[in-house]
Design a protein around this ligand. Sequence first.
Ligand code: G6P
Ligand code: MG
Length: 222
Amino acid sequence: MRTKACIFDLDGVIVDTARYHYLAWKRLTGDLGIRFTEKDNEHLKGVSRMASLDIILEIGGKKLSTSEKEELAALKNKWYLEYISTMTPREILPGTLELIDDLRSQNIKIALGSASRNTPLILERLKLKDYFDAVADGNSVHKAKPDPEVFLKAAEMLGVEADRCVVFEDAYAGVEAALNAGMICIGIGENDILKDAHMVIKGLYEMDLDKLIDLEKQLGNE
Ligand code: G6P
Ligand code: MG
């Protein structure tokens, strides 16, 4: 196969923590008196904690000092950690383990590429650490998606060229990051939001080796 590595985003791809991020931001915006909708939340997916807060404050037309912002970000994270503290491997989204096993059987390397600084904790809770050959996350990468840094870093850690990598992403910013890295991108979610991706599916359960081979062929023929 042309594909040598698959890089998975975490939140919203492997586990539905995107929901918990939304609930924690919703709680914070409620306290701040800022109107915040699920549509606004789409712009936060894949975006780092501080950059997300900046977007929220912009929506609410509020200007705060750095220390006030740090306090709010810490509060949001405290609530988020409460939501994820009870998470178990049963919350791994359908199709994830099957797909990773199939990819591995073809000697395709597996990496994680997420902006989240909580990545190690989540992988631990989901007992997924051993599934990944490399993890690039918000602790090791500083430029936020749509910058390609996180995916390029993952590819570098694996020793695979960018154009041999396939990224699975649920965020608009993440799809752009993958494309900016020169990688194939499979969007997870709604076509109208992720239309720049090479292919959009509802969840990893819809993906298999045959579909990946078909996509490679289709892109090769373009
Ligand atoms: C992911 C999520 C974002 C989140 C970011 C930082 O990219 O999609 O919603 O803001 O990670 O997460 P953290 O766990 O570090 O606050
Ligand atoms: Mg995501």
